[in-house]
Ligand binder design. Structure first.
Ligand code: SAM
Length: 315
């Protein structure tokens, strides 16, 4: 089963307390969700969202013991505000996003997320979506493929790999994870180091198929919009591009005071205003990193909505 990362740090950073209303935008197997429900006992509530119907079913079974306190919704966290408001709730006390892919998704060959096992080139988080990894690999132009590999995974051999894919697909469509892994490995001159040469390509394809960066930008805004004053947003990312996006968004909402030419100063920033709860990024302890390899690249950032930010204290 998926091992939730930074579990204690999430509960502490969210400031979970009884009576609060929380949103887990990426419920997965429900590990963080369960901890939030426990820490907010006896009457805290949780709205749990996932884009993957299998995750909704799995977490639904696990969290059913919490009864009315927990609602599980099949949706996209990019629409978090609409989901929450649609339930008649105007504001919440905390929002959690634990980005990326779950162990169950990676370990199910039929989902096509991993090159470690033979499966169809699928990679859809939402099984109802039409775009699959096979369509991307077999129809996108060579330059777009190369840009995708470079932009989402900093793959420096992106052009060579894209050319090899286009050549291979002109014979027969690339339909399986193993064939794609083979084509990439051959383009890179075979396997040399510890990391499989297809690792970055698979990551970039998953991000493209699921529009992960686009949804992250929407989800961050949506989450901040629905926070009550004093409410917190916690995001765990596993990829430098995602972390940069989180940092930039939070920094813009944290704002800053700028001196004016005519004297005095003005606050420049986006509303709702937030303040940083931890200035530095939170990472997993040595113990957790040893115990759970996924935790090694986890980065947690947290902000708190503060409507007094940007308000002149003398007014
Ligand atoms: C790392 S797992 C979450 C694990 C979870 N925190 C736990 O403790 O079990 C990420 C989950 O986010 C889901 N997900 C990815 N993108 C999503 C999106 N845009 N909206 C909702 N869920 C999404 C995936 O389906 C996956 O189940």
């Amino acid at each position: 089963m998926h091992q939730s990362v930074l579990l204690n740090e999430v509960i502490e950073s969210l400031g979970v307390c009884p009576g609060g209303i929380y949103v887990d935008g990426t419920v997965g197997s429900g590990g963080h969700a369960e901890a939030i429900l426990r820490a907010s006992s006896p009457d805290g509530r949780l709205i749990a969202i996932d884009r993957d119907v299998d995750a909704v079913g799995r977490s639904g079974g696990r969290l059913s013991v919490w009864g009315e306190r927990c609602r599980i919704i099949h949706s996209d966290y990019g629409d978090l505000k609409a989901v929450v408001n649609g339930m008649g709730i105007a504001e919440v006390n905390g929002v959690l996003l634990d980005l990326g892919v779950s162990s169950e998704q990676l370990d199910t060959p039929g989902r096509g997320f991993s090159f470690q096992s033979e499966g169809p080139l699928d990679m859809r988080m939402d099984q109802g979506q039409s775009l699959t990894a096979a369509q991307v690999v077999n129809t996108w132009p060579e330059t777009v493929l190369a840009d995708t590999f470079y932009q989402y995974a900093q793959e420096t051999r992106s052009r060579r790999i894209a050319r090899a894919i286009v050549e291979a697909r002109s014979g027969a469509p690339i339909a399986t994870t193993s064939r794609l892994a083979d084509v990439v490995a051959r383009a890179c001159g075979g396997r040399t180091g510890k990391i499989h040469p297809a690792t970055r390509v698979f990551q970039a394809l998953r991000m493209a198929v699921n529009d992960e960066m686009g949804i992250l930008v929407r989800g961050l805004e949506s989450g901040l919009q629905v926070l009550a004053n004093g409410g917190r947003m916690v995001v765990i990312s596993f990829h430098s591009g995602e972390d940069r996006c989180v940092k930039t968004c939070f920094r813009e909402h944290a704002g800053r005071w700028e001196s004016l030419p005519q004297g005095g100063s003005a606050w420049v920033g986006r509303r709702p205003a937030v303040k940083w709860v931890h200035r530095r990024v939170v990472v997993a302890s040595e113990n957790e990193r040893e115990d759970n390899p996924r935790a090694r690249s986890a980065k947690l950032r947290v902000v708190e909505r503060d409507d007094r930010c940007g308000v002149d204290p003398t007014v």
